[in-house]
Write a protein that binds this ligand. Structure first.
Ligand code: ASP
Length: 296
């Protein structure tokens, strides 16, 4: 059976000077995930490998280089779902974890909980043998600069949905299994304890073998209300193509009372990738049954 993967690096008004970096990062991550699939790896292995690579790339708001929260710290959310077992694992508001998506996967496999937050998630990381890195190891000059500039210019501004570069991946493996993962540093300047859609199953990510998978990005509060990725996978289960399912989900995000901004990637059970977004740009790359491509 054909294998396929689609990845994204956020939906926002990506300025022209950052387009190349976003495109290169997405293409590389899609290739890494695809290599895993070609070598017989599972969809879960592929989305983890692709998202780890995106987390390690400072271009994106995930892992190292994420935007800082209101207190000037990196605080990360990630979730992953195995569409075969329909089990998910997620961590929220963790610091000092290089690859939160791997911690989310560990939780999925251990099954002690679906979602662990804050110090409880970090305790689970230590118990599971993850190394905890110091805050400086996760913070970049660019993130500090962004924080300083926006804080001094206008403290209100950093609470607004400015740049976003959440990352995600959806894969279909040779056995027909589908998995999905999403990872983020969240909105810049978010207040302590604020958790968006990214680590919430059905909102930031969802996968169901035989139906499809999806990973979302954008204004977390709106995506939570819609249950964006669940809407898309339901639509694929009901026979819509990956592209049409993504469009249906984004339409729900545009509900006049919600008015959300963002987007999602989708992959159906036949290995065709789709996407839709309300923003001017969305960074993504795919290697699916119809070929490969990238677009920012
Ligand atoms: N959805 C993320 C959040 O609200 C942010 C993003 O996708 O850029 O935390």
């Amino acid at each position: 059976m054909a294998v396929a993967i689609v990845v994204h690096g956020g939906a926002w008004e990506i300025p022209p000077r950052l387009v190349d970096r976003h495109e290169r990062g997405c293409i590389r991550a899609a290739q890494i995930g695809h290599d895993v699939l070609r070598q017989g790896g599972s969809a879960l292995d592929a989305v983890e490998a692709a998202v780890c690579d995106l987390e390690d790339d400072e271009t994106f708001d995930a892992g190292r280089g994420s935007f800082l929260d209101r207190d000037g710290n990196v605080s990360l959310d990630a979730g992953v779902m195995d569409g075969d077992s329909m089990k998910s694992g997620a961590v929220a508001w963790v610091s000092g974890i290089r690859n939160p998506v791997s911690l989310a996967r560990k939780l999925l496999e251990q099954g002690v909980a679906s979602l662990l937050a804050g110090s409880g998630a970090e305790e689970f990381a230590r118990e599971s043998g993850f190394s905890i890195v110091p805050p400086e190891a996760m913070t970049t000059e660019a993130a500090i600069e962004f924080y300083r500039t926006h804080r001094s210019e206008n403290p209100r501004q950093i609470f607004e949905p400015l740049p976003r570069g959440t990352v995600g991946a959806v894969a279909l493996d040779a056995r027909g299994a589908i998995a999905s993962a999403t990872s983020t540093g969240g909105l810049p300047g978010k207040r302590r304890g604020r958790v968006g859609d990214s680590p919430i199953v059905g909102a930031g990510y969802f996968a169901e073998t035989g139906a499809g998978g999806a990973s979302a990005t954008g204004h977390g509060e709106s995506i939570l209300t819609v249950g964006l990725t669940r809407v898309a996978v339901d639509a694929m289960r009901n026979g819509l193509s990956a592209t049409d399912a993504a469009a249906v989900a984004v339409e729900a995000l545009r509900h006049p009372k919600i008015g959300g901004a963002g987007g999602l990637i989708t992959l159906d059970a036949n290995g065709t990738a789709g996407h839709a977004h309300t923003t001017s740009r969305m960074a993504r790359a795919w290697i699916d049954v119809n070929g490969d491509g990238a677009m920012v």
